[in-house]
Design a protein around this ligand. Structure first.
Ligand code: CMP
Length: 141
């Protein structure tokens, strides 16, 4: 089925001027960019987005990282988008991410890992709604 997934280009990739290179990979992999915005997250926004991790030891590090530069949030549409995106994104830790994945190429460590992607249809729905009104998400042929 055609699905939507939420992608975030994280602060390290924005600071490294890799927005274009990463978006190129999305389109080359057959995703349609149906929504896109740059956001300088507030602490409250970052905490709310990652609320499921708030008890984890890495949470303070993750919060600090997310506030270092703006992020780019995108909604990507494709057949089987959630799994397909996770394949090009690679594993959470860039050290263990497959060769040629975005995290392997642009991630620095398990926290500073270049991109985020939704992990299930339920998270995708929640995460898309976190950044975008339905009227901001566009479909096209
Ligand atoms: P993401 O897939 O966006 O979702 C949660 C984020 O928390 C993850 O990417 C990393 O940026 C960070 N993270 C996950 N696991 C760890 C960990 N073990 N140590 C540090 N940061 C982590």
């Amino acid at each position: 089925a055609i699905e939507r997934t939420l992608s975030i280009i994280k602060p390290n990739a924005v600071s490294a001027r890799k927005i274009g290179a990463i978006i190129q990979r999305f389109e080359a992999a057959g995703f349609s960019i149906v929504a896109c915005k740059m956001v300088k997250l507030t602490e409250e926004q970052a905490q709310g987005f990652y609320a499921e991790h708030k008890e984890r030891d890495f949470f303070p590090r993750l919060m600090q990282f997310l506030l270092t530069a703006p992020v780019v949030a995108l909604v990507l549409e494709k057949e089987n988008a959630i799994e397909s995106y996770r394949e090009i994104m690679g594993a959470t830790d860039p050290e263990s991410a497959a060769t040629g994945t975005i995290r392997a190429d642009y991630g620095q460590n398990v926290t500073i890992n270049a991109v985020h992607g939704s992990d299930s249809p339920e998270s995708a729905a929640r995460e898309i709604a976190y950044f975008f009104a339905e009227s901001e998400v566009n479909s096209y042929e």
